[in-house]
Design a protein around this ligand. Sequence first.
Ligand SMILES: [Zn+2]
Length: 290
Amino acid sequence: MRYKKVILLAVCLLAVLPAVLLLPPQAVPVIAENPKTELSVFVPVIMYHAVIDNPNRIGDFIITPQAFENDMEYLANNGYTTVFPSEIIDFAESGKPLPPNPVLITFDDGHYGLLRCILPILEERSLKANVNIEGAYTEQSTIEDDHNPAYSYLTWEEIRLLHNSGRFEIGNHTYGMHSLTGLRKGCRKNPGESLAAYEKALADDVGKLQSILAGTTGVMPRTFAYPFGYVSDESIPVLRSMGLKLLMTCYEKPNYVSVNDELPLILHRYNRPGNMSTEKFMARVLTRDN
Ligand SMILES: [Zn+2]
């Protein structure tokens, strides 16, 4: 009987484990947040990943272009204006005004669907978005040069095209720290790792992608997305020293940005699952706390 319970428990754990590994942690952030004031601007941020034109493929991190278009239609109908991360940084840094009801659209990992499915929608509607690139995936895709339209990553040249379109700003999502398989979770400091060793590892990895992206687009990225949402206090001075002024988490919470907020800004994002209606998702994203 006891063995059966143990086996049942093991089966349950195995069933849950993949979901735990995929989903970003939802615990209270360990990093300090910028304070909300009377003059703060509410800035909702949406986190998308892959976009595939096949309803059979939708999931927590895959949506159809139609769902994205519905989201954009909803935001426009409700008076929201898409902004670039650089506009949010400029507002915090120098008080340059944001449009009324700004919203930030972000894509993580750099999937090929952005070029194929999303760029035409952004161009048609004159919208702005951000993509956070993972260096190793891009390098692999560039070397293989064999796009599977259903599921693959952008190449360096395609990232340049997105940048040149004027519809995307390009951010950093680490060169090779997008992993949960080793001791390190994303780009978080390992337990027992010295601060100096951690800072060097992070600076080497993120700095490598900063250099490549600056060479590819002509612009040094100013935004960074934590892989899998694994944030850490120790990362902030390192990222700041590389010119990164807006850091993105996976905590599903509202953001409030003020002039003269301390940089880097830390913005939280709502993951857009492919199987949720636009109305239900947006009700969560556009809810302010009081
Ligand atoms: Zn990612």
